[in-house]
Ligand binder design. Structure first.
Ligand code: NAD
Length: 490
């Protein structure tokens, strides 16, 4: 359980239905990125703690009633988790705002309701699925069952900790698996609550375990743990590669949602009254710390001046400030490391010869927030699609605008990246919308919109943006093993 002591939270692991410290009593600190205040002391797992969490999940998988209970009963418990999240949404959103620096309004209005929806969606989804039958003339009948795989390691990043963890936990539990969750060490607070929420919902002890600690140690131990059968990971491409290597000896089944560098293509016939505000969201939501961010904005040269003027004005109208203040649209970066990384890319863009359109104006912050990791929404007009700032994932409130003349040129720039998570297209021309959607090599294309999510659709990346797909039946396939049963009718 999270306990407060002089406003500093104590966060422990949740193993086999109990919050507990690490065997070594080792801890690490978590700070509020808006002011650097110490907000939590968190238990740092040892390898022994990881083994205990994995064993607890294994025991619950093999010996509790979780995977064999009637589906309706299991799904009712998952829906109860969703209800508890909705009941506690203000508290969870406050933690998320304090931990991530995400504006509270966004957390309470979007991330936390979506987290509840993630769980409810998969409970509803599995209940509606039927199994398959393949009769062979009059002689044999096959039928196929989808059974849980076993113990799942769920490793999640810091930019949307609660929402992204439930996005994995929903299908994991609905399929009848048990879980060892490893949230990002920068933002462990909200995810830590999932242990007690599962328990309050009547989910057997050991089914949901949460352990904390650094990716390099605890994340690696989770990946190497022989009792963990599969890893569902969301995070950076570099870590994804490491997980494949470290999971090889235990032959882990893996699903990866990785980084992105989406092209947001604005053709001259775009409706700018929609394209500008939505592109602002795509660029600066969560201070640009969004895998789906439209961070490369490709603008047809005939409308470049008009777009730049409107986009700059809208960026400068964003309210950078205290994440807990309802007026704030843009909070700090999550950490000093991220702050330094984004500032490095700002300097790099200048060295590359990009023109700064906005981003250098001083921020009006109180004394308390002056210690926060704030960076103003920053726009560069760039001339070189091959430059590092146009190729590498910055993951901050920094976008590059790249002009183009023809559709062919736009497509060449859009596909000139190692990533392929998503793309955005703005045009009123239906034929062009389809043509360009087909040609952009990415897992999700939004036409005249961005971040519209239907949880049934496949979600994932081409190229270095991922391996596999989440969403609807795609998540269920990952979290299940197909078993065919063939019966003689003679
Ligand atoms: P990260 O890869 O550094 O960390 C993600 C998680 O992996 C954390 O829990 C971390 O502790 C753990 N980890 C780190 N090293 C590990 C290792 N060697 N073995 C096992 N686990 C390890 O990523 P981040 O900086 O937390 O998150 C930002 C990245 O996540 C960005 O690249 C972003 O695009 C990506 N992301 C992708 C999606 C998507 O759906 N595709 C969504 C959100 C974020």
């Amino acid at each position: 359980m999270l306990t407060t002591e002089k406003e500093v939270l104590t966060v422990n692991h949740f193993i086999n239905g109990q919050y507990r410290q690490s065997a070594t009593k080792k801890t690490f600190e978590v700070h509020d990125p808006s002011n650097q205040r110490l907000i939590a002391i968190v238990s740092e797992a040892s390898e022994e703690d990881v083994t205990e969490a994995a064993n607890s999940a294994r025991q619950a998988f093999e010996h509790s009633e979780w995977r064999t209970m009637p589906l309706a009963e299991r799904c009712a418990k998952i829906r109860r988790m969703a209800d508890i999240i909705v009941e506690r949404k203000e508290e969870i959103a406050r933690l998320e705002a304090m931990d991530v620096g995400k504006p509270y309004q966004h957390a309470v209005g979007s991330d936390i309701p979506r987290a509840a929806h993630n769980l409810r969606f998969y409970a509803d989804f599995v209940e509606k699925q039927g199994d398959e039958a393949y009769p062979m003339d009059e002689n044999f009948i096959n039928y196929t069952r989808y059974e849980p795989v076993g113990v799942a390691g769920l490793i999640t990043p810091w930019n949307a900790p609660f929402m992204l963890t439930t996005w994995k936990l929903g299908p994991c539990l609905a399929a009848g698996n048990t879980a060892v969750i490893k949230p990002a060490e920068l933002t462990p607070l909200s995810v830590s609550l999932l242990g007690e929420i599962a328990q309050q919902a009547g989910i057997p002890d050991g089914v949901v375990n949460v352990i904390h600690g650094s990716g390099k140690t605890v994340g690696t131990w989770v990946t190497e743990q022989p009792e963990i059968d599969l890893i569902s990971f969301t995070g950076s491409t570099v870590t994804g590669k490491q997980i494949i290597k470290n999971g090889a000896d235990t032959l882990k089944k893996t699903s990866f949602e990785l980084g992105g560098k989406a092209a947001n293509i604005i053709f001259e016939d775009a409706d700018l009254s929609k394209a500008v505000p939505t592109s602002i969201q795509a660029a600066f939501l969560n201070s640009g710390q969004v895998c789906l961010a439209g961070s490369r904005i490709l603008v047809q040269r005939t409308i470049l001046d008009e777009f730049l003027e409107k986009f700059k004005a809208a960026a400068e109208a964003l309210v950078v400030g205290d994440p807990q203040d309802p007026k704030t649209t843009t909070g700090p970066l999550v950490s000093k490391v991220q702050y330094d990384k984004v500032n490095y890319y700002i300097e790099l863009a200048k060295e590359e010869g990009a023109k700064l359109i906005t981003g250098d104006q001083p921020l009006q912050l109180s004394d308390d927030l002056a210690k926060g990791y704030y960076i103003a929404p920053t726009i560069f007009l760039h001339h070189d699609p091959n430059a590092r700032t146009c190729q590498e994932e910055i993951f901050g409130p920094v976008v590059t605008i790249l002009p183009f003349d023809t559709e062919e040129e736009a497509l060449a720039i859009a596909n000139n990246t190692d990533y392929g998570l998503n793309g955005v297209i703005w045009t009123e021309n239906l034929k062009r919308a389809h043509r360009v959607s087909y040609a952009v090599r990415a897992g999700t294309i939004w036409v005249n919109c961005w971040f519209v999510r239907d949880l049934r659709v496949p979600f994932g990346g081409f190229k270095k943006s991922g391996v596999g797909r989440e969403g609807g039946r795609h998540s269920m396939e990952f979290f299940t093993e197909a078993k065919n049963i063939c019966i003689s009718l003679n």
